[in-house]
Design a protein around this ligand. Structure first.
Ligand SMILES: Cc1ncc(COP(=O)(O)O)c(C=O)c1O
Length: 371
């Protein structure tokens, strides 16, 4: 019997498994592991959100894939504030965190073999995984002019502020991407899950939905957002997509059939989270303080910082192969992500997450000073 090749054979080894050896070394440190390798929030879920979740826990019926009218309004109102855009004609749709949308977007948009998905040269691996799941081809580039005349580009991912680099793309760059894609009928998907986490007044993160980028029309553009980092909600799986109403309507149609529905209590929690900027401001200040301490510690130990103007990571190099740096840090009980996991352009960098407890962050300078 000829079984089809397993779908997993289209996907690379799970990124984090390649860090297992370094994790074992770091965990053996006498003072314990300091894990700066994953951007997983460690601070509590704000009470206002937990209360909303609890109050909505009696939810015997099926939730709406489109989201309740109250959630749709809350998303639109937040997008208007955070992205500086109008809500007229804006399509919105809640997602089960943003990773599932990133992974399935090429499939949901009907891409397949022969189609090209453009992703940033050094980036979050799920953009490529999504292309592979759809059977499409990935091209890694930050410059669309380098693509040549005629690859069948159907989807272009941008990610600003970027993971892992913390790079903020200026308005001009984003505008050129949108113009280029519109001329060719390609979709621009802008992953903006770190948009609220800008650290520099000179490099203010801007949404693809901002009028200076999209020209006041949402045609062909989708912004992907997440509450995981802004609101410490990674465990709830709460995200959304906003933009071209026709594209969003198509996503909704397919997702209704596929049962890709945000649970009702999580929808209620999202409304509370989106309506409250206080907890998001406090969380941003926590990350700002951790960032300053970690930045001083790493640069003091001879690391060089690149980009990192925004987002949840420091993108650092010692001018050597990233796995050497990973091992050097692991011997000091610190686990970081190897830049090579994000593309060949990251081969000499490591990514340090700001999502560690204050106690762990305070211990980093001492660890780095170890001989
Ligand atoms: C760039 C980027 N996009 C999307 C995600 C997915 O986040 P979530 O699924 O928690 O919304 C992450 C998570 O770290 C990320 O770094």
């Amino acid at each position: 019997m000829n079984r089809p090749a397993p779908v997993s054979s289209r996907l690379p080894e799970f990124t984090w498994d390649t860090l297992d050896a370094a994790a074992a070394v770091a965990a053996a440190h006498p003072d314990g592991l300091i894990n700066l390798s994953i951007g997983t929030p460690v601070d509590p879920v704000p009470p206002v959100i937990r209360q909303a979740l609890a109050a909505a826990s009696d939810a015997p019926g099926y939730p709406l894939t489109a989201g309740t009218p109250a959630l749709r309004d809350a998303i639109a109102a937040w997008v208007a504030r955070a992205c500086g855009t109008g809500v007229d004609g804006l399509g919105v749709l809640p997602t089960i965190g943003s990773k599932e949308l990133v992974a399935w977007l090429p499939t949901l948009l009907g891409l397949g073999p022969g189609d090209v998905v453009v992703v940033p040269s050094v980036c979050y691996p799920t953009y490529e995984d999504g292309a592979r799941l759809a059977g499409a081809t990935t091209v890694r580039t930050d410059s669309l002019t380098a693509l040549g005349p005629d690859p069948r580009v159907r989807l272009v991912w941008v990610n600003s502020p970027g993971n892992p680099t913390g790079r903020v793309l200026p308005v001009n760059h984003l505008r050129k991407v949108v113009d280029w894609a519109r001329e060719r009928g390609a979709v621009v998907a802008s992953d903006e899950c770190y948009l609220p986490l800008g650290w520099s007044a000179e490099a203010r993160p801007v949404s693809v939905l901002a009028p200076e980028v999209c020209g006041g029309s949402y045609d062909g553009v989708l912004a992907v957002h997440s509450l995981s980092k802004r609101s410490n909600l990674a465990g709830y799986r709460a995200g959304f997509v906003a933009g071209d109403p026709a594209l969003v309507a198509e996503l909704l149609k397919v997702r209704k059939h596929a049962g890709m529905i945000v649970p009702a209590p999580v929808q209620a929690a999202m409304i509370a989270a989106l309506a409250d900027e206080g907890h998001a401001d406090a969380q941003r200040e926590r990350y700002r303080a951790r960032r300053e301490r970690l930045l001083a510690a790493f640069t003091g130990a001879g690391f060089t910082l690149e980009h990192s103007e925004a987002g949840l990571y420091l993108w650092l190099t010692r001018g050597e192969d990233c796995w050497r740096t990973v091992d050097w840090l692991a011997r000091r009980g610190i686990l970081v992500a190897a830049g090579a996991l994000y593309g060949p352009g990251g081969a000499q960098h490591v990514r340090v997450a700001l999502t560690a407890s204050d106690a762990h962050v305070a211990a980093v300078p001492g660890r780095l000073a170890q001989p």
